[in-house]
Design a binder for this molecule. Structure first.
Ligand SMILES: NC(=O)c1ccc[n+]([C@@H]2O[C@H](COP(=O)([O-])OP(=O)(O)OC[C@H]3O[C@@H](n4cnc5c(N)ncnc54)[C@H](OP(=O)(O)O)[C@@H]3O)[C@@H](O)[C@H]2O)c1
Length: 312
């Protein structure tokens, strides 16, 4: 039996649609979407997505928090998060599949010059644009975790020349591994299409900046499907307008929704999407939450735990 109630915190999501899945997987669980101070002690499990700072301090009996996303920056950024409470993040094949689709599509978008071809179509101009063979296109993945490695496997099947940059070395067939601060410049120098799949932490905030862009070869493209906080938007605009970068795909932004006034909306070299690269699947997520609660009841810790020393 569960050891107490579960609170579904995210307020901007259709609560019933999400919690109905959990009710189906765990009918015996007491699921709540709000609480009074008197009820706060009953809540031992919490599903969270970007709560207000200080939110967790109101839940004194918490035993676990389930992040509704793979990235936990919106939770660990709160200095009042009680670090003795394990934080479990989304690691799920449906999410990896969705991100892989997004990365592959966008690598192909810049490699096969889809933007230029569309511009020619609009002008009714018949001009052949030949793309290099994939094996000559160097794709660099910043972040070689669950999502970066899934994308690398799919890109490898398409024959791209791959490199990955991470905190610790990786041994992935067909992927050259670059590590840490010393490895960053050599990694960037060999990258025609840069894909950011890093977690947002103090060490990675603003990493897509003027220096990073300058270290990429002339004509490189950038794909940011991690977090808006990774990108210095004005530096990207300068690198695009100055001609050093060929184009950028952006799924995430400093401010979301992206304000109408942003020059990114209409920039001729930017393809943008509204944070949809990989959306957590409610059914799959709730199945994993139910399984984790059952495992906890039998004395096992939840899996996919965030390391609070690294903040990812
Ligand atoms: N746009 C969307 O729809 C969407 C959806 C889901 C996720 N995301 C984003 O994708 C991110 C990655 O998810 P994931 O599940 O792949 O995360 P993960 O498994 O934790 O992988 C993170 C990777 O980044 C590397 N890394 C972290 N800090 C680093 C640093 N300072 N220098 C170099 N490498 C560093 C890690 O290196 P080590 O392996 O050596 O630790 C690891 O390879 C999430 O945090 C989230 O922000 C976006």
């Amino acid at each position: 039996m569960p050891q107490g109630a579960l609170l579904f915190q995210p307020s901007h999501f259709p609560r019933e649609a999400w919690t109905d899945h959990l009710r189906r997987f765990m009918p015996e669980l007491d699921i709540r979407t709000s609480f009074t101070e008197a009820e706060s002690k009953d809540i031992v499990y919490c599903i969270a997505w970007r709560p207000e700072p200080g939110f967790f301090a109101r839940l004194p009996s918490l035993k676990v928090v389930f992040s509704m996303g793979a990235g936990v920056d919106g939770i660990v950024a709160d200095p009042t998060y009680p670090r003795h409470v394990p934080l479990s993040r989304v690691v799920d094949d449906t999410l990896s599949q969705a991100m892989t689709e997004y990365v592959v599509f966008n690598v192909l978008y810049w490699h096969r010059r889809v933007r230029d071809l569309e511009a020619l179509q609009n002008l009714k101009k018949w001009r052949v644009i030949a793309a290099p063979r994939a094996e000559y296109v160097r794709v660099g993945l910043m972040g070689m975790g669950v999502l970066g490695q899934a994308a690398a496997r799919a890109l490898k099947a398409l024959n791209y020349r791959l490199a990955g940059w991470s905190h610790s070395p990786k041994m992935l067939d067909g992927v050259e591994s670059f590590v840490g601060a010393d490895g960053l410049k050599p990694f960037l120098a060999k990258t025609d299409i840069l894909v950011c799949l890093l977690p947002l932490t103090p060490a990675t905030r603003g990493i897509l900046n003027a220096q990073t862009f300058a270290a990429l070869p002339q004509g490189a493209a950038v794909i940011n499907c991690a977090r808006g906080g990774h990108l210095i938007e004005k530096d990207l605009l300068a690198a695009l307008d100055g001609g050093h970068l060929r184009g950028a795909t952006l799924d995430v932004f400093q401010t979301e929704p992206l304000p109408e006034s942003s020059p990114l909306w209409t920039h001729p070299k930017v393809f943008l999407t509204p944070h949809i690269a990989a959306i957590t699947d409610p059914e799959s997520f709730m199945r994993n939450v139910a399984n984790a609660i059952r495992r906890m009841d039998q004395g096992s810790p939840p899996d996919n735990l965030v390391d609070f020393a690294r903040l990812y």
